[in-house]
Design a protein around this ligand. Sequence first.
Ligand SMILES: [Zn+2]
Length: 217
Amino acid sequence: MTQSGKGRDGGTGPRIAGTIEGDMQPCWLCGRSVAGRALFCHACGAVQPPREGLDHFTRLGLECRFDIELEALNRQFTGLGRALDPDRFVARGKRQQEHARAQADALAEAYEMLRDPVRRARYLLDLSGAGPLENDPGEPADVTALRGELAAATDALTVDRLALDVEQRAEACIRELAMAFRAGLTATARRVVARLEELEDIAAEARTRRAALGPTP
Ligand SMILES: [Zn+2]
C-alpha cells in the first residue's frame, strides 16, 4: 500500500505544519504572501496550486489529531469543494482552471485518507515518524482463532456471525486507538493499528466467503 502523496517529496523534513495555515509562500500571479492551505490569493484572488508537502489535516483546515469530528471533515470538504467548482473558473483562463482541478484532487485525496479511521491512524503514525512495529508480537491468539473458524465455516449463518464478531472487535480497537493517540502512546497506537489490519483482512475474507455462499435461503 502506498503512503500519501504522488508528488515529489524532496527531503522537506517533518511534514507537520507549525500552524494550521501552513507556511507562507508567494502567489504565482502577484507575488504576495499566501498561506499554505489557502486556495486563493487574498490580494489578487488567483487560485493557487496545491502546496507540495502540506499534510492532509492542514489542507482541510483541521487540527492534526486522530479524533476529528466527521461532521467537521465533511463540512470542510464540501465547502472547499464548492469554492473550486470548475464552472467558477471558466472565464479565468487555463492556468487557474488547472490549479482548481489540482486543488480539488488534492482535497479529495486528503478526504479519502482522513475519513477512514484506520487510514487516518496509519497516516498520523507516518507523520509522527513512527517506523514499523518493533518486536512484532505476531498475530494475537483470538485473531488466529477467528481465521480458523472462518476457514472451517460452511454455512452463511456462521460466516455472518463471524463477520459481526470481527466488526465489533474492530470498533473496540478504534476506541482504543482514540485513547492511545489522546495519551500520546504511539507504540500502543501502532500495535492497535496492526491488529485492525488483521481484522480488516479477516473481514474481507468473510465477505468473499459470504458472497460465494449466496443469499440466505
Ligand atoms: Zn495573488
